[in-house]
Design a protein around this ligand. Structure first.
Ligand code: URP
Ligand code: ZN
Ligand code: ZN
Length: 459
């Protein structure tokens, strides 16, 4: 593969900014210094003058090729990782979602095969969707043999992947023994089911009833319950896609009391609100996600939580479905609309434009939230999440000046809609280097045939 030399960029670290050259050899960063000379005549040189340099971003919450009754999420590992690269993301953590009685290890093996078409490195959170006599030993093997350090549970989605509190307790007791992490979708699944049944029986079937069957209070309730149970069993928790101000307050309180709690929010909860459920016709179906979009006051609270460090991670929960042929499965019944929306391509630009440039977060916080902290929390640091000698050469070279508009017509995501369609952005990836290979060059994916993602064993 040879050498690649990046000249004159401003490296944004977790804490500061350094103007240095970076030398890459094969897959790794081998030197960071002033005025590095080309080691040989075949060295590829990238001029990063007036650009920022960041560690390749990590999206710690994506659902590529996720099977649902309306078909698989519309981005598979190839198209999703292509869109990720176009947005500056060079590693993803997806999910294994075994059926209730299925072996975790068998499901992992199958998921690894599906993910092997990824162009970027990938890891998995192991879903635990039930409890049986093998669960405890399988969790142990996932940790010890497969380097899986995070276990995902859903308190929503009762009747499919959602679990009972009795199961949550067993999972937390087991995971705590190995000092691993339980990541939780916090919503009260039984209340959702009861509200859905009531709305449908009253012929209230349009997308707005999705939002009304997922009220803010049932997220808050579940966050409170999870924090209380995790504290009793000494289990580290990571609350995914936090959407409400009340949840944020509870998480902050637990963190201040020294409980080991991490929290994630997503760009859509920071930037979009529940007015999207009043769009004409069936358009609001694009915004049918769980939890649903909330109020402006929640957005403000979430930004404040980013600034103050309540949230360690911004991830996308990328889970797109086409309007035609997928979301429209629920045209007469909102409960049949597949839950999810895309965003893997837009996270860095959205957070830069509406976070950094609006002084809601600093440049360094942008790097912490999207690159460094996900690597540290999920066992990938310092292989990923940092520009350091010896780290993987996943590098994002950011043009802070470029102005553009997100468009469903031009995005790389494979989906006929985009929840950020028509939103203006300032700042975009200029070049993206994946495992030492230039993969994105001023708007184009390049060297695609040379890109081959690896499974991330997070031991
Ligand atoms: O609506 C969403 N978020 N779909 C993906 C699955 C999940 O709950 O994260
Ligand atoms: Zn979820
Ligand atoms: Zn998700």
């Amino acid at each position: 593969m040879g050498h690649l030399l990046i000249k004159n960029g401003s490296i944004i670290t977790e804490k500061g900014l350094l103007i240095r050259d970076i030398l890459v050899k094969d897959k790794l960063i081998v030197s960071i210094d002033s005025n590095i000379q080309k080691p040989n005549s075949t060295t590829e040189v990238i001029d990063a003058n007036s650009m920022y340099i960041l560690p390749g971003a990590i999206d710690a919450h994506v659902h590529l090729d996720l099977p649902t009754p309306a078909g698989n999420s519309s981005d598979d590992f190839k198209t999703g990782s292509t869109a990720a690269i176009a947005g500056g993301t060079t590693s993803v953590i997806d999910f294994v979602t075994p059926a209730k009685e299925e072996s975790l290890l068998k499901a992992l093996k199958e998921r690894k095969e599906i993910a092997s078409q990824s162009l970027i490195d990938y890891g998995f959170h192991m879903g635990v969707c039930g409890w049986n006599k093998n669960s405890a030993s399988e969790i142990e093997q996932c940790i010890k043999k497969e380097g899986i350090t995070s276990f995902k549970v859903y308190l929503a989605y009762k009747g499919s992947v959602g679990i009972e509190d009795t199961e949550l307790i067993k999972i937390m007791q087991t995971v705590a023994k190995f000092e691993a992490l339980v990541t939780v979708h916090c919503e009260h699944g039984d209340v959702i089911k009861a509200l859905q049944t009531e709305f449908i029986s009253n012929k209230q079937s349009s997308p707005i009833y999705h939002a009304l069957s997922h009220p803010a209070s049932i997220e808050t309730e579940a966050v409170y319950r999870v924090l209380a149970i995790a504290k009793i069993f000494g289990c580290k928790v990571y609350i995914v896609h936090v959407s409400t101000k009340e949840s944020k307050v509870l998480i902050r309180k637990a963190q201040l009391a020294k409980q080991k709690v991490y929290a994630e929010t997503c760009p859509h909860y920071l930037l979009l609100d529940d007015k999207k459920y009043n769009l004409p016709g069936f358009q609001s179906a694009a915004y049918v996600i769980s939890p649903p979009l909330r109020k402006k006051a929640d957005q403000m609270a979430l930004w404040d939580g980013l600034k103050k460090g309540t949230f360690q991670v911004v991830a996308t929960d990328h889970c797109p479905f086409n309007m035609k042929g997928q979301k429209d499965a629920g045209i007469h019944d909102f409960t049949k609309i597949p839950n999810g929306a895309g965003g893997i391509e837009h996270r860095m630009s959205l957070l830069y434009t509406y976070g950094v440039l609006k002084n809601k977060i600093t440049l360094n916080q942008w790097v912490q939230l999207c690159c460094t902290q996900p690597a540290k929390i999920f066992g990938l640091f310092p292989q990923k999440g940092t520009i350091s000698i010896g780290s993987d050469a996943d590098i994002l070279i950011w043009n802070p000046h470029k102005i553009s508009k997100i468009s469903k017509k031009t995005h790389f995501q494979r989906c006929d809609s985009d929840i950020y369609d028509d939103i203006k952005i300032k700042g975009s990836p200029e070049y993206v280097i994946v495992n030492g290979i230039l993969a994105f060059d001023k708007g184009n994916i390049v060297n695609q045939s040379k890109l081959k993602g690896n499974y991330l064993n997070r031991k």
